[in-house]
Design a protein around this ligand. Structure first.
Ligand SMILES: [Zn+2]
Length: 117
């Protein structure tokens, strides 16, 4: 029984809660790279007239370096209410995590296949 415990030992890493950041997940329309972008509530968001916030950002992914321009409207609870984006599209956190997990799995399988040869 100690085996599984050893394998996954150490417990889950402590979760760091970032109360100052709002995270957005964007996929580049050109190369498909996924980018996680953090907006700082205090420094990056502007107050909008309706009591919410607005976020203007030019995102550059790390693969093709094309600029993705976005303007996001947030409500007072920092939830995205609407957005404009050119050069990419928004992903939900779940979509982003699922896509990253799938990519990591494909990479691991490719490495395994390579090692078996
Ligand atoms: Zn790209």
């Amino acid at each position: 029984m100690g085996f599984l415990k050893k394998l996954f030992g150490g417990g889950a890493p402590k979760k760091y809660v970032d109360t100052q950041g709002v995270y957005f997940y964007v996929e580049c329309a050109n190369c498909g790279a996924r980018v996680r972008v953090r907006a700082d509530k205090q420094h990056d968001l502007q107050n909008s007239e309706d009591g919410g916030y607005e976020w203007h950002k030019t995102i550059v992914d790390s693969r093709c370096f094309r600029r993705i321009q976005t303007v996001v409207q947030l409500d007072a609870a920092y939830q995205m209410t609407s957005h404009e984006i050119s050069g990419g599209r928004f992903l939900s956190e779940d979509e982003y995590l699922a896509a990253e997990a799938a990519a990591a799995k494909a990479k691991a399988e490719a490495a395994e296949a390579g090692a078996a040869e």
